[in-house]
Write a protein that binds this ligand. Structure first.
Ligand SMILES: Nc1nc2c(c(=O)[nH]1)N[C@H]1C(S)=C(S)[C@@H](COP(=O)(O)O)O[C@H]1N2
Ligand SMILES: [Mo]
Length: 379
């Protein structure tokens, strides 16, 4: 699919627009202090909803599994709830996390570093259902469609994302109907969502209504146009909404897939209301946080208390699951009153790490630049 206006890139020095503010208020982030909870309380988990939360009815809702299968299936929620039940603790992160600090800023949901959360997702594994439907030879991808509908850069669509067949058949992929032991709330996909452990948020399709096995690669907007690592900056100041009919950019870009490693701090001390600069009183501080990666287990978290000049390893806590964040802690004894800059970074067993300076991309995807927090130590 190519008939769409490119997303706009902010002009030099241009502040947050009313469109970005509107998105930010609808799609709230995790308050950073909520990193303290192993499982994010449901109302504190970040949210990303492209269109509207759809109005669904339990009695008429169905999940349809079709396309390149031998036996198409149609299931009610109760049919799914009677199947094999699995609970997995999984960290979700939006691929646009960190976008608001890129220069130039891609105009979209303006995340700082708050688009993350961890929940216990309960549901039934997808692979046995696909086996029951009977995947036909030659199948290559599986598309997942939600009930939400909207227009994006001129293209009207139901939210839909596809996975390569091998990823869809991974034993960790769940059709989830509960979050932290409660039925999914409307904003997180009631009655059913996909959970693809380790992948960025866009793969975790909410309000799921159909699963279509494909024998050709999916050409839907959310795979072919959005969620790609593109370089071409395009003209600054072009519109972010508007009629169809223009090629996105000539650069098709690499698809966004799994979550890059990231460590975040629970901001120490107490904040200034406006700037959120932190204040701590002189004395030993236990700096704590969480770290995760969708590629491989996190094996190292480091902290710098001198603006990145020197780094010290933090002590790692247990991982809550293969694709869940793990806690970390670091004892910090500031030398004296004054201003400090605290940084943290994680790396994983596959050797992925976090850059000090963020390489730019057109949609602001998969950024994992190290976090920096300003701390004022008072006497
Ligand atoms: N149907 C549907 N599924 C969706 C979305 C959406 O807009 N519609 N947003 C996606 C994106 S971009 C993210 S980051 C995650 C956010 O999941 P959460 O709101 O439960 O945290 O949902 C994904 N699934
Ligand atoms: Mo997202």
């Amino acid at each position: 699919m190519t008939g769409s206006e490119p997303a706009r890139v902010a002009a030099p020095g241009e502040g947050i627009t009313e469109h970005e503010l509107q998105l930010a208020a609808r799609n709230h982030g995790l308050p950073a202090e909520a990193l303290r909870y192993d499982l994010t309380p449901v109302g504190l988990h970040y949210l990303l909803i492209h269109y509207d939360i759809p109005d669904l009815d339990r009695s008429t809702w169905r999940l349809r599994i079709g396309g390149a299968v031998q036996r198409p299936l149609e299931l009610r929620l109760d049919d799914l709830r009677r199947r094999h039940r699995v609970t997995s603790v999984v960290t979700l992160e939006c691929a646009g996390n960190g976008r608001a600090r890129l220069v130039p800023r891609p105009i979209s949901q303006p995340w700082l570093l708050d688009a993350v959360g961890t929940a216990a997702w309960t549901g039934t594994p997808l692979a046995p259902l696909l086996a029951e439907a009977g995947i036909r030879p030659g199948a290559v991808e599986v598309a997942f469609t939600g009930a939400d509908h909207g227009v994006e850069r001129g293209v009207e669509q139901d939210y839909a994302r596809a996975l390569p067949l091998a990823e869809a058949l991974d034993s960790g992929v769940l059709l989830a109907y509960e979050m932290n032991g409660m039925p999914l709330p409307p904003q997180h996909g009631w009655p059913l969502r996909l959970v693809v452990p380790g992948w960025y948020g866009m793969a975790q399709v909410k309000w799921l209504t159909s699963i279509t096995v494909l024998d050709e690669p999916f050409t839907g907007f959310q795979n072919a146009v959005a969620y790609r690592l593109k370089q071409d900056p395009g003209p600054a100041g072009t519109h972010d909404t508007g009629p169809a009919g223009r090629h996105d950019t000539d650069d098709p870009g690499e698809p966004v897939t799994r979550i890059q490693p990231r460590a975040l701090m629970i901001p120490p001390g107490y904040p200034d209301f406006m700037s959120r600069t932190r204040f701590v009183r002189l004395g030993e501080q236990i700096v704590q946080g969480r770290a995760w990666s969708g590629w491989a287990p996190v094996d190292r978290v480091e902290v710098s208390t001198d603006g990145g000049a020197t780094w010290v390893a933090a002590v790692l806590g247990p991982a809550l699951g293969r694709y869940a964040w793990r806690s970390w802690g670091y004892r910090w004894s500031p030398a004296g009153p004054g201003e400090y800059e605290l940084l943290t970074r994680a790396s994983d067993e596959a050797g992925n790490c976090q850059p000090g300076e963020q390489p730019w991309n057109r949609q602001g995807m998969a950024n994992n630049m190290v976090q920096r927090i300003r701390v004022v130590v008072t006497g």
